[in-house]
Design a protein around this ligand. Structure first.
Ligand code: GLC
Ligand code: GLC
Length: 628
């Protein structure tokens, strides 16, 4: 019996290997074919894949089959994500188990555990400086406890996402330590130079990610006699992906994590993985070959797992991460919709949705194959005003002026601004100013409460629900950052925390407010209002089959400047989603709505009929409507 099972398992592996062969070998050939140890590498990779498959627990193999049968599992409208740091949410992994009922009540089916592998001590860039990929951060618990958590999630039909930081390791990682000791094998895992000549040449075209506190892209270590590539912080050493050994190591780690019950691997900062002289070293073609090959490895040895690619890049640069063009359907299953996020904040500040409509209709296809967006309004990172001069000009705006305005507006300096935020990484050379701040504070709640402005508080609540309704309907998996369902304000305690004070992103990574959770049932506090509003939005999302991410999203243009609109193109009929980005009433003609495919004049979000007066649909301030 046991023998028969093993044979069937081997056969499944062989079939999967065969299926994915065109996605993996040509990529690796192109990347590493000229490497002297290429044949050994290929053989080792095969061994690694088979070993991981053999070690895969039975219940995960069952999940593999289940998802083979339901390949759209992550595109369904019952998917809704929630993102947190384990310590800030529940103390530790055991605490998380106690809080799952709360998340289920909210309607969450997917949890992104912010970096939870063992980080370097002290400042670890929020855990993105990893020293051991096989251990859980001891402050959170153990790998065994992590497996208990993923099993508990699985039992509830929930998915677990964790970060795989693969552009760099902490300089305290075992590989880096060996490299620092002079071990040539491990020095080849990183990008180390004996003289500043090449770093200087590369630097001519590189951009700086953290110009304030980690300027430049290289760090000189006089005691090692080396210049080392450090795109992010000094303690984050970039990996040398041109070395096939690095590929092999990461595949081993990736499948090891997959076998612990991880459903979604968030591949961090992928754009930076390949370096080419004379370029920005972002989104080079080899990055996509690497990502397609990594994806194929998961599909062979842990097919239940999907990849979320974190590439915060311009719209046209982003689509290949979702596997468009020659990697169609074969790269990331998920990628952050950074443009949707940026355009939400832009339209909210300007009360003008023209740029939003232009960007989202011209740069993004209506449908994606075997992939979808991670839609979000806030995450753990800052907001960079990724609006190109060309796009701004297309709607008669100046790019630099618009970006400058948005920074001022959300920092809170602009007269009339409702926002309270903090600057992040001001770059004097480029004029670039990024913004940190919680959803609630950027949406106006903090300021209105400080001023005792009751109407302002109400507007802030409506802005937050506008955002949550937008990401719940646009197409993709909505990701809610912890606390944004309760309108938690900015957290200024980072200013008193030595390892965080230089990094304003901690302003929007608060500790969970369990008192607010307990009080959500009574009262009409903004926090309770946002909670019930968000819970309702997710419940209605689950009820509206047309919101399935496989259905197309087509931006349409109503005759009202402050309204953003799109159709969800479901086979059962159109869902017309409307969002009023102003604090004024807006009117949409009923004829126009019907011409977009609306027939019942029913709002699937409120689950009430849409009322019309004199042939027009009236949208209150910050209204959101899903018309069918
Ligand atoms: C990603 C993370 C960010 C981190 C960076 C370096 O972009 O989202 O928080 O600073 O990678 O790992
Ligand atoms: C830049 C990077 C992104 C990172 C962020 C951190 O936007 O492109 O990967 O998350 O900086 O602030």
């Amino acid at each position: 019996m046991a023998k028969a099972t093993a044979t069937a398992d081997d056969e499944i592996f062989a079939l999967r290997l065969e299926r994915s062969a065109p996605d993996i070998w040509p990529m690796l050939d192109a990347l590493y074919g000229r490497h002297p140890a290429f044949d050994a590498f290929r053989a080792n990779l095969l061994k690694t894949l088979k070993k991981a498959w053999d070690a895969r627990p039975v219940d995960l193999k069952r999940l593999d089959l289940k998802r083979d049968l339901e390949p759209d599992w992550f595109q369904r409208p019952d998917m809704a994500g929630y993102v947190f740091y384990i310590d800030r949410f529940a103390g530790n992994l055991r605490g998380v188990l106690d809080k799952l009922d709360y998340l289920t009540d909210l309607g969450i089916t997917y949890i992104h555990f912010m970096p939870c592998l063992k980080p370097r001590p002290g400042d670890s860039d929020g855990g993105y400086s990893v020293m051991d990929y096989r251990q859980i951060n001891p402050a959170y618990g153990t790998m065994a406890e992590f497996e208990q958590v993923t099993a508990a999630l699985r039992a509830r039909g929930m998915s677990a996402c964790i970060d795989l930081v693969l552009n760099h390791t902490a300089k305290e990682h075992a590989w880096a330590k060996k490299a620092a000791k002079g071990d040539a094998r491990y020095q080849d895992y990183y990008l180390m130079f004996d003289t500043p000549e090449m770093p200087d040449r590369y630097s001519e075209t590189l951009v700086e990610v953290f110009p304030d506190n980690a300027p430049g892209n290289f760090t000189h270590y006089p005691d090692l006699g080396k210049w080392i590539w450090t795109t992010f912080n000094e303690h984050q050493w970039d990996l040398n992906w041109a070395n096939p050994q690095v590929f092999l190591e990461i595949v081993e780690i990736m499948l090891h994590l997959a076998n612990r019950g991880v459903d979604v691997l968030r591949l961090d900062a992928v754009a930076f993985m390949w370096k080419r002289l004379g370029t920005r070293c972002q989104s080079e073609p080899e990055v996509h070959m690497l990502l397609q090959a990594l994806r194929a490895c998961s599909r062979i040895a842990a097919p239940a797992v999907i990849h979320l690619e974190e590439a915060i890049v311009a719209p046209s640069e982003m689509l290949p991460y979702l596997g468009r063009g020659q990697h169609d359907g074969k790269e990331g299953n998920l990628a952050y919709h950074n443009s949707l996020m940026v355009q939400f904040w832009g339209a909210l500040a300007t009360r003008d949705t023209r740029l939003m409509g232009h960007v989202l209709s011209t740069h993004f296809p209506e449908t994606l194959r075997n992939a979808t967006y991670a839609t979000y309004i806030r995450c753990h990172d800052d907001i960079g005003w990724a609006v190109t001069d060309e796009d701004a000009a297309a709607v008669g705006m100046s790019g630099p002026a618009h970006r400058g305005f948005l920074s001022e507006f959300y920092e809170g300096g602009f007269p009339g601004s409702f926002a309270t935020g903090a600057l992040f990484q001001v770059n004097e050379a480029t004029g670039d100013k990024r913004i940190s701040g919680s959803f609630a504070s950027l949406a106006g709640l903090e300021q209105a409460q400080k001023l005792g402005d009751v109407a302002g508080v109400e507007m802030a609540v409506q802005r937050m629900l506008l955002g949550h309704a937008l990401i719940a309907s646009f197409g993709g998996i909505p990701l809610i950052y912890m606390g944004d369902e309760l309108a938690l304000p900015n957290d200024y305690s980072y200013l008193d925390t030595p390892e965080h004070v230089h990094d304003s992103r901690w302003i929007h990574r608060p500790r969970m407010d369990w008192q607010a959770v307990a009080q959500r049932h009574d009262g009409t506090s903004p926090s309770a209002q946002v909670f019930w509003g968000t819970r309702h939005i997710l419940a209605r999302r689950r009820a509206v089959a047309g919101l399935h991410a496989g259905n197309g999203t087509r931006v349409v243009f109503p005759d009202a400047g402050g309204v953003f609109a799109f159709q969800r193109l479901a086979p059962t009929g159109v869902v017309l989603c409307l969002f009023n980005f102003t604090e004024h009433w807006q009117h949409i003609s009923e004829d126009w709505a019907r011409a977009q495919g609306v027939s019942l004049m029913h709002d699937a979000l409120s689950d009430h009929p849409v009322e019309t007066h004199h042939g027009a649909v009236a949208l209150p301030p910050y209204a959101r409507v899903w018309m069918v």
